[in-house]
Design a protein around this ligand. Structure first.
Ligand code: UGA
Length: 433
């Protein structure tokens, strides 16, 4: 099939490369000329394992990029994968996506006679905004063309760090459509994946498809907050929260996944999506209790971590090491990383913060230019002379630290991810164990 992809961020680029890899002809449309240039040169604008290889393999052949919408009506399907930034109140700003929808609609005004076209909303938008975007598309096309355009919602469940793999072998696919033709087109598009991976297919309407995405992320975010809440209680009673989690995970209804308690969730999805659906529900007159609580608890975890530091050392004027800046291991992404509130609160206490992360320092500097810390080149360098160390990201390399602790001024280790083993000679505190 001929596929247009509007927006070349993390989702758009991954989908483009993966669809080209299963023999579709893909055109990325992006207003950013640098992104278009880099894609055409075979370079991925984002870092994801396996993505650079796919982009360089298919660029110039099955994968091309442009700033123009002119070729879009000649293609069979277009994806809208434009970002939806958060507003102050947590709701999403659909402005850029709406503009892209209008541009897509305007281009489709020239849909060749006899041709049908499917527009797939891939960006995460709340159910009411599914209507906003759908209206923006139809509002830009003449009535006779509108009959030949279908709009579908097909949310994505990829994780950062394994996006290519998740796209290629999904557990489920959600097709939110309003007509059987659109569902058939989606099945045809994904046929190579459906044939080989046999994912569960959920066929529903576009607004329900949107809600499934928010419910999925909201549920997982709440699961993490719930195990963090239980972990905090365990810590009060001197009980190992991980031992408790392992045991309850044996119950199929609970499952062993997503039961790692600690300093909380970050990233571009859980905090943003949970806040967006809470804000949208509030707008409509419902005050969420559970999802709001999940977000609140997440904001409190960094404070709990630092209370454990306070129990051992007054950090005012002292050097404190922070291990990990990325929101999770395997990525350089620091969006909503728990390291941000941890560093802020340490600074408020007057600490001199030295942070180490194997890959995420420059992303942190770029996104949070006012965050004050010194970057170390290694964990050893960060620990040297420190009066305490806090672990924020569970990078494997932190698990093997050993004699590096000997160089600390006082070996106070407060672990927010259960990465370092409790041992003789350390004043070790696990956040929930
Ligand atoms: C998440 C979802 O897992 C994907 O299914 C979804 O497609 C994606 O959001 C999205 O909406 O785009 P991602 O944000 O990449 O993916 O990261 P996760 O691996 O899910 O981790 C999220 C956060 O939860 C991390 O900060 C992680 O450290 C934390 N977490 C996760 C825990 O604290 N404990 C756990 O047991 C699991």
């Amino acid at each position: 099939m001929d596929v247009s992809i509007v927006g070349s961020g993390y989702v758009g680029t991954t989908i483009a490369a993966c669809l080209a890899n299963v023999d579709h002809q893909v055109t990325n449309i992006d207003i950013d000329e640098d992104i278009v240039e880099s894609l055409n040169a075979g370079e991925s604008p984002i870092h994801e394992p396996g993505l650079s290889e796919l982009v360089s393999e298919h660029a110039g052949d099955r994968l091309t990029a442009t700033t123009s919408y002119a070729g879009l009506p000649e293609t069979d399907i277009s994806f809208l994968t434009v970002q939806t930034p958060s507003r102050e109140d947590g709701s999403i700003d659909v402005g850029p996506l709406k503009t892209a929808a209008e541009m897509t609609g305007a281009a489709l005004a020239d849909l060749p006679e006899g041709k049908r076209h499917l527009v797939i909303i891939k960006s995460t938008v709340t159910p009411p905004h599914v209507d906003t975007i759908t209206d923006a598309i139809y509002g830009a096309v003449p009535a006779d063309v509108a009959d030949r355009i279908s709009v579908a919602m097909n949310p994505e469940f990829m994780r950062e760090g394994s996006a290519v793999e998740d796209f290629q072998s999904p557990e489920k696919m959600v097709f939110g459509t309003t007509d059987a033709w659109a569902t058939d087109r989606l099945k045809a598009l994904y046929e190579p994946i459906i044939e080989t991976q046999d994912p569960d297919l959920v066929e529903t309407d576009p607004r329900t498809a949107s809600m499934i995405k928010y419910a999925n992320n909201g549920f997982l975010a709440a699961k993490v907050s719930l195990i963090n809440d239980i972990g905090n209680i365990c810590k009060e009673f001197d009980i190992d929260g991980y031992e408790v989690a392992d045991a309850i995970g044996l119950d199929d209804r609970i499952s062993e996944q997503f039961l790692r308690s600690g300093v909380g969730f970050g990233g571009s999805c859980f905090p943003k999506d949970a806040a967006a659906i809470v804000a949208e529900a509030r707008e409509s007159g419902y005050e969420s209790l559970m999802l709001s609580a999940a977000l609140d608890l997440n904001e409190h975890q960094p404070g709990r971590l630092l209370e454990l530091v306070d129990d051992h050392v007054d950090v005012n004027g002292k050097r404190v090491a922070v291990l990990g800046l990325a929101f999770k291991p395997g990525t350089d992404d620091t969006r909503n990383s728990r390291a941000v509130p941890v560093i802020e609160e340490l600074r408020e206490r007057g600490a001199d913060v030295v942070a180490y992360d194997p890959v995420a320092v420059s992303d942190m500097r770029e996104r949070y230019p006012n965050l004050s810390f010194t970057a170390a080149d290694s964990a050893r360098e960060a620990l040297a002379g420190a009066h305490a160390v806090v672990v924020v990201t569970d990078w494997d390399e932190f698990a093997t630290l050993d004699e590096e602790f000997d160089e600390m001024a006082t070996p106070v280790v407060v672990d927010g991810r259960r990465t370092i083993e409790r041992r003789e000679g350390l004043f070790y505190e696990g956040l929930t164990w």
